[in-house]
Design a protein around this ligand. Sequence first.
Ligand code: PEP
Ligand code: MN
Length: 337
Amino acid sequence: MIIVMKPNTSEESVKNVLGLIQQRGLETHVSTGEEVTIIGVIGDKQKICSCNLEIAEGVDKIVEVTESYKLSNRKFHPESSVIKAGSTQIGGSEIIIMSGPCAVENEEQVMETARAIKKSGAQILRGGAYKPRTSPYSFQGLEEEGLKIMKTARQETGLSVVCEVTSLAAIESAVKYVDMLQIGARNMQNFYLLKEAGKTGLPILLKRGLSATIDEWLNAAEYIMAEGNPNVVLCERGIRTFETATRNTLDISAVPVIKEKSHLPIIVDPSHATGVRSYVKPLAMSAIAAGADGLMIETHPNPAIALSDGPQSLTFPQFDDLCNDLRPIAKVMNRTF
Ligand code: PEP
Ligand code: MN
């Protein structure tokens, strides 16, 4: 941490700040310029978080030089993590595709989808049983009945399954049926939910919040990991910007930024990022080219009658075509698929 003092601050104010820091057992390094004095603080900054240094006489600003997230930080864990979800390894050399309907509607829909996506090469089946819809009047999901259907699909196809959880009750049900829990964009900063999900020990797919910075996202991952659960996979799903041509704006730069800042795997969801079926394939390809470890793609046997997110869902032939066209890109990126 660096403390920048206001121009021409009195020596007495500088001494006072140094005293506040040193009283807590931390070392200081003072650099006195012609107008501005800068104080470097060495040691665990948590020890001084109760000092209210920002309001001490003469302090202009405080600049953080290390990030507040530690467990998710690549600086403290240089090797990339590989996370196991059911029988699937995420973050290794293989590109992982999670696919399936936005919402679980019935067993036939899920079984048909599971068989089709497996044939095309997907390793994980997704399907929402608890749907956090923008309108309270939209379909809210089959809840536990939906989780049971996902488990049946897992048993019959061998695919691993991931479902979103939106409450403690949903977590308590989901742990009986799924391989991986998803925390959706709307709950990325629901810290209570993050902690409860972390306690299960199950791998967690953590979607980026609608308006979350990368720093906030990695701090959300930190909440899960601080519960003793290192199994977090990040998912970039588009953020809110001024652009209205797509549902959200896919922040493709998040992929290399996360790869630099964190050791956690990152996948990209071009379905929720765009909301438009025809944009899903080009963005899926660019995500893999940018270095993503996998994708989340919504598919439906008949998107025209989907109860949720039909306009962005791919038909099975469209999904198959996407998977085929991804293979050469995976190869260029030294990945298998
Ligand atoms: C979903 O994956 O079903 C979903 C609701 O996504 P998001 O949280 O990214 O909006
Ligand atoms: Mn959806």
